[in-house]
Design a protein around this ligand. Structure first.
Ligand SMILES: [Zn+2]
Length: 398
């Protein structure tokens, strides 16, 4: 084992499942991870032969939010509602002209929503991706290059609120991440954290093992934020569970917490989280994956021509590792995410969709993506190549 429990520090863990991933040929992430249950606190995390440096190298190279550097002109009401809800969890506590720092601001959606609700708040966006920063600046925000381990010194102790949304699940040490974020707070400031909610995985189904991907190495439940906060001398002020709405109306479970500096000793240890629901979830996913692979192999076997595969995200990475395409001739992968184009997955080149599809005008296109992403692939395919034969692996029942 390379990791101790990221929530409580315990070294004792029980392996629930080994995840396998086909990764980009140049990836520094592990091809196998062990989904591990902490015997002491019930936290769930991915362990492997990889080290903190392997993950650091990965994120230095591929910003978490690299695909989100276009600032959108407007959000759909469906996508906006959870962000308004998020803002209302703490904006009433912000003094006039407060300073708020969003670490990993990505497309800046949340800051745009916040600006509409509290125009007086000084909003600072930090992101490790220069393209994100440029797009955020172009939209009029105070955006700076930075990440948790490289925070601008000028912001230390300056923030009335720090937002750490969908960052902690990526970190080798979420405790260190929380402590680094808290260093930006004024003594009276609040830290808002939000992560996927493992207790909601089963209630918001997607493709099998959707919530387990190479980058999400910490699986939080609502109690875990309090556990981490206490270790970083932060007291829980409020917490809860909610959902986000992704493209195509796909829902995604999240849990959140509002933390404040605390000078009192940590409270009594929190009781462990019930591990049974996640173990049950993993067993269900195992069955769903077997059924899905059997259906997908049938679809592929009925095609005797070489194919193009659209999608190189975590769904492709999971099912390729299960041998899905071993018996197929794949001419190319295509993906509209420019940061993936020019790389290789399982030795096969990844191209821009128009470039890949032009290679073989008659080749069927297999769609390999989770539910939110497949909706946009279908739209793009219908718009630019309406006559192309589609192998709808994204629409298989399992
Ligand atoms: Zn633990």
């Amino acid at each position: 084992m390379n990791r101790t429990c990221p929530a409580c520090g315990a070294a004792q863990g029980r392996v629930l499942r080994t995840m396998r991933y086909a990764l980009f040929d140049d990836s520094t992430l592990p091809r196998r991870t062990r989904i591990t249950l902490c015997q002491d606190c019930g936290f769930v995390y991915a362990d492997s032969e990889a080290t903190a440096q392997d993950y650091l190298a990965h994120y230095r190279r591929n910003s978490i939010y690299a695909a989100a550097h276009e600032v959108r002109a407007g959000l759909s009401p469906q996508a906006q509602a959870p962000l308004v809800e998020r803002a209302h969890r703490f904006i009433s506590q912000l003094p006039p002209s407060a300073t708020l720092v969003d670490i990993g601001a990505g497309s800046g959606d949340f800051l745009q929503v916040l600006g509409g609700l509290r125009p007086d708040v000084r909003r600072v966006a930090l992101d490790p991706d220069p393209r994100c920063v440029a797009a955020l600046q172009a939209s009029g925000l105070d955006a700076r290059l930075g990440s948790l381990d490289d925070l601008p010194a000028s912001l230390a102790g300056q923030a009335d609120a720090v937002v750490l949304s969908h960052v902690l699940e990526h970190l080798w040490s979420p405790l260190e991440g929380i402590a680094q974020a808290a260093a930006l707070l004024k003594p009276t400031g609040v830290l808002y954290v939000e992560t996927p909610d493992r207790q909601g995985y089963g209630e918001h189904p997607n493709v099998p093992f959707y919530y387990f991907d190479p980058e999400h190495i910490n699986h939080f439940a609502v109690q875990d934020h309090a556990r981490l906060g206490a270790r970083a001398a932060l007291a829980m002020q409020a917490q809860g569970r909610s959902t986000l709405t992704l493209a195509g109306g796909v829902t995604y479970p999240v849990c959140w917490a509002l933390l404040r500096r605390s000078h009192t000793a940590a409270d009594a240890p929190l009781p462990p989280t019930d591990p049974c629901s996640l173990e049950r979830h993993l067993l269900e996913q195992e069955d769903r994956l077997r059924r899905w692979l059997a259906s997908a192999c049938q679809v592929l076997a009925a095609t005797d021509s070489a194919i193009i595969v659209w999608g190189t995200g975590s769904q492709a990475q999971r099912v390729l590792a299960e041998g899905l395409l071993d018996a197929c001739k794949v001419l190319a992968f295509v993906d509209s995410d420019a940061s993936k184009q020019g790389r290789r997955l399982a030795g096969i080149p990844i191209m821009a969709p128009d470039q890949g599809l032009a290679l073989a005008p008659l080749a069927p296109v297999a769609i390999l993506a989770a539910r939110a992403a497949s909706a946009s692939i279908r739209r793009a395919l219908a718009a630019s190549h309406p006559d192309r034969q589609v192998l709808a692996l994204d629409a298989l029942a399992d």
